[in-house]
Ligand binder design. Structure first.
Ligand SMILES: O=C(O)CCC(=O)C(=O)O
Ligand SMILES: [Fe+2]
Length: 328
């Protein structure tokens, strides 16, 4: 089997080459040489860009299309129906436009306007293995389509863990004990066409709390990343790929070796933008202590050990208005 792998330039990106495109087909099929090559490309992407498109991820296009169809149908329902599942303290349910503004850090989000998106959040898998996606009488396809997509994202996230371990030059099974009952959220986000005011966004600048986030986008682009030099650049919606980014937990756990790149999204088009991110976090009680090899003389250990749950409490309090002042 050929060992050589390349990252492609991204043809639709106005700043070409910023987000590498990585074909993970052979690595996920278990070819060890391909896994090493893929891991080293993932290392470069995680150290420099924090975002990478992946191809060959194995999730059928039809499953993703069915997920988007279900998400679009949900967001088209009357508000009175959507509000049957109001967002709760576990961050599950429907958050209408106006409910959230990301304020992760003042240098990312000094403004105070509400984000111009509406979102439906499906949270952690229950102890009996159920995906907590409601049955919606008006939309019989909703639960099956969304549960299937959730499951596919979860399976893929687990499959990527050995590559992330190798990318950090650690044994392939390093992350297994941390992801036995991962905290996971699937978010169905709708960015309607809108006239944006200055300092107003579809989703304001932020970093994700996750270990990694997997993102599916409909064909309407709108995501932007802040590069290391401070410039913002557009990310395209690239067909047949998923976009993966490093979240803040992996950044912290790797002692800043892998970067969590600030990003934001808006919809300046006349079409509806839909995005479906899947946030993959370690087990609640798993204590993240600086990963081996991430402590160097130039970069001495900077972060005290913290459980994933402790981190999430901090993150949610700082990022969602309805959680302000609440304890976990
Ligand atoms: O809409 C997008 O493309 C990205 C959304 C995002 O960054 C998020 O939900 O955390
Ligand atoms: Fe994000």
């Amino acid at each position: 089997m050929a060992r050589h792998q390349t990252t492609e330039r991204c043809p639709m990106n106005p700043d070409p080459g910023i987000i590498p495109v990585l074909d993970v087909t052979r690595a996920l099929a278990g070819d060890p040489a391909a896994a090493e090559d893929t891991a080293s490309l993932l290392r470069a992407a995680s150290e420099e860009t924090g975002f990478v498109f992946i191809r060959g991820h194995g999730i059928p296009a039809s499953k993703i299309a069915a997920g988007f169809a279900a998400a679009e149908a949900f967001h088209s329902l009357p508000a009175a129906i959507k509000n049957h599942w109001p967002i709760n303290d576990a961050m599950e349910g429907y958050l209408a436009q106006g409910g959230a503004t990301f304020t992760t850090s003042p240098d990312l989000s000094a403004e105070n306007r509400s984000d111009r998106n509406a979102a439906f959040f499906i949270g952690d898998i229950r102890p009996d293995g159920t995906i907590p996606c409601p049955d919606i009488a008006e939309l019989p396809d909703f639960r099956p389509a969304i549960s299937a997509l959730y499951q596919a994202f979860l399976t893929l996230s687990h499959a990527l863990l050995p590559l992330y371990a190798r990318a950090l030059r650690l044994p392939s099974d390093t992350f297994e004990p941390a992801f036995r009952h991962p905290m996971t959220t699937l978010r169905l986000t709708h960015y309607p066409p809108a006239q944006y005011q200055p300092d107003e966004y579809g989703i304001a600048p932020h970093v994700d709390s996750s270990f990694i986030t997997l993102l599916a986008q409909n064909p309407v682009p709108g995501l932007q990343l802040r590069l290391r030099d401070g410039r913002w650049t557009d990310a395209p919606s690239l067909p047949d790929t998923l976009l993966i980014n490093t979240g803040d937990m992996l950044r912290r756990w790797s002692n800043d070796r892998f970067i969590a790149t600030p990003h934001r999204a808006s919809n300046a088009s006349e079409k509806d933008r839909h995005a479906i991110p899947f946030f993959f976090h370690p087990d609640k009680e798993y204590r993240m202590t600086c990963l081996p090899g991430c402590e160097t003389p130039e970069r001495p250990e900077g972060y005290p050990p913290l459980t994933a749950a402790e981190y999430m409490t901090w993150f949610n309090r700082n990022n969602y208005r309805h959680m302000a002042g609440k304890s976990a």
